[in-house]
Design a protein around this ligand. Structure first.
Ligand SMILES: Cc1cc2nc3c(=O)[nH]c(=O)nc-3n(C[C@H](O)[C@H](O)[C@H](O)COP(=O)(O)OP(=O)(O)OC[C@H]3O[C@@H](n4cnc5c(N)ncnc54)[C@H](O)[C@@H]3O)c2cc1C
Length: 182
C-alpha cells in the first residue's frame, strides 16, 4: 500500500482512539504503518468530545464481543494508562432507580453484569448510596467500582505520540478518497 510516495504494510484511515490504538499496537511488530487523518490533528472527531467514561460492561448483551471486550479492556486500562502516563480515576459509578418503574431495568443490568463477569458490583439502598454520593436521590442503586473516567483526547493523543515515537507515520489534513486494488 502507498500513502504519499511511501510504501506501507498497513494504512489506517482516521486518527481517532481506534486508529491510534491500532497504530500503536502494530508498531510493536515492525509492521510499516501509516495513519491518514482528514482533519489537521489527531482526535478531532468523536474521540475528543465523548463523555470520557471507561464503562464497566453492565450495559452490553452477554455473549457478544462488545460485552467480553469491554470487561477485558476495562481491566487492562490501568496498565495502558500507566505506560502512556495518562491519568485514570477509578471513581466508580452508581446507576440509580429513581422509583419502582426503574427497578426491573436495574436488576437486568445487574444480571447482565454478572453474566459478563463485571467485578465488584453491589446493590445499594439509599442510605448506602449516600455514603458514596452525598445527597443522591433514588430508591436503589447499582454500584460498579470498575467504572472510571479518562480524558478521551488525552488518551488518543498519547496513543498517537507513542505510535509515532515507535515509527508510525501520520499524514494529517489527508483525506482517503479511494482505495485502489493493484
Ligand atoms: C456523545 C457521545 C458520548 C460518548 N461517550 C463515550 C464514553 O463515555 N465512553 C466510551 O467509551 N465511548 C463513548 N462514546 C463512543 C466513543 O466516543 C467512540 O466509540 C469512539 O470515539 C470511536 O472512535 P473512532 O476512532 O472509531 O472514531 P473517531 O474518533 O470518529 O475517529 C475517526 C477519524 O477518522 C477520520 N476520518 C473519517 N473519514 C476519513 C477519511 N476518508 N480519510 C481520513 N480520515 C478520515 C475522522 O476525521 C476521525 O478523526 C461516546 C460517543 C458519543 C457520540
Amino acid at each position: 500500500m502507498t500513502c504519499g510516495s511511501e510504501a506501507y504494510d498497513v494504512v489506517i484511515a482516521g486518527a481517532g482512539v481506534v486508529g491510534c490504538a491500532a497504530a500503536r499496537e502494530l508498531s510493536r511488530y515492525g509492521v510499516r504503518t501509516a495513519v491518514a487523518e482528514k482533519e489537521p490533528d489527531v482526535s478531532m472527531a468523536t474521540s475528543c468530545r465523548n463523555s470520557g467514561v471507561l464503562h464497566s460492561g453492565i450495559n452490553y448483551k452477554p455473549g457478544t464481543n462488545r460485552a467480553s471486550l469491554s470487561v477485558r479492556g476495562n481491566a487492562m486500562m490501568d496498565d495502558l494508562c500507566a505506560e502512556l502516563k495518562v491519568p485514570i480515576r477509578r471513581i466508580g459509578k452508581l446507576t440509580i432507580a429513581l422509583d419502582e418503574h426503574d427497578l426491573s431495568g436495574l436488576h437486568n443490568q445487574r444480571e447482565q453484569g454478572l453474566a459478563n463477569g463485571v467485578p465488584g458490583m453491589e446493590i445499594m439502598n439509599r442510605e448506602t448510596m449516600r455514603r458514596v454520593q452525598p445527597g443522591v436521590d433514588g430508591i436503589l442503586g447499582l454500584w460498579t467500582p470498575t467504572s472510571a473516567i479518562i480524558s478521551p483526547y488525552g488518551l488518543t493523543i498519547a496513543l498517537a505520540e507513542n505510535a509515532h515515537a515507535n515509527g508510525v507515520d501520520f499524514f494529517l489534513s489527508c483525506r482517503i478518497e479511494k482505495v485502489a486494488m493493484t
